[in-house]
Design a protein around this ligand. Sequence first.
Ligand code: SAM
Length: 299
Amino acid sequence: MLYLIGLGLAYPEDITVRGLRAVQKCERVYLEHYTSILMNSSMEELEEFYGKKITLADREMVESGCEEIMENADKVDVCFLVVGDVFGATTHTDLVLRCKQQNIPVEVIHNASVMNAAGACGLQLYNFGQTISMVFFTDSWRPDSWYDKIMENRKIGLHTLVLLDIKVKEQSIENMARGRLIYEPPRYMSIAQCCEQLLEIEETRQEKAYTPNTPCVAISRLGSNKQAFKAGTIEQLSKYDSGEPLHTLVILGRQTHELELDYILEFVDDKENFKKMVIEDQEFFKPAPWVPEEEHMSE
Ligand SMILES: C[S@@+](CC[C@H](N)C(=O)[O-])C[C@H]1O[C@@H](n2cnc3c(N)ncnc32)[C@H](O)[C@@H]1O
């Protein structure tokens, strides 16, 4: 059996009881190591907690075949651990498909994901639209396809969850060109950098999917003992020091409910100004009021 097991957000003990029992009976244990990190635990602590040796599975191992992970998983128990939930990242459905093609039985054991725990900031999960990923811009690559998704979400009033880029085990262009297996230190995007990139693309496209005054909530280290929330405009958060990773941003939709607003005001420096920004921002996408057709008016 190949077990795909969600680890939850921060602590070794966040694994479920069923997940832990499965890990303990597995012959090989892989930890997916490129879409998220378990903030309150090192790999050694995890190994001690499980009583098992762990192999780190980087992007290359998972996305170019997964052969090693699936090897004889039809005969022995193997597990693949994912921080958060197994399906909280887009890449792991592929592993399940490959197992199905090779008749390897799969069991998924779920856990909390940033995609549902983000509700801790007070915004209702029911009011979220499409999630987007913000990647690190480079001198020659500044992708902005996410902009259209924010526009779509905002037109129908929904909040946008923005997941921020993580770069683990990346090679510099020079080392790649020379075939040197030297890796850069891991990088995690901050809230300020994400907001700067948002501002840059709005400046270029000027379609007003949002403005520098659009209200947002910054969520940092969710589920850990250093969890923090900060609400402010994109402009304000472009100067916010969000501290250690991991971080996620939520761009408010235009139908923010009163109760949602009450909750996020706890995370604001200047409450009066923030309320004003929310009201102004909500006016922007308000549909034109409905006007009855003329013949109906004369009936
Ligand atoms: C691919 S996603 C989701 C990964 C994970 N499988 C899950 O279900 O939560 C990874 C991104 O989510 C965000 N993220 C994940 N865990 C987080 C946390 N505890 N606090 C804040 N942001 C988090 C970060 O932006 C991170 O780069």
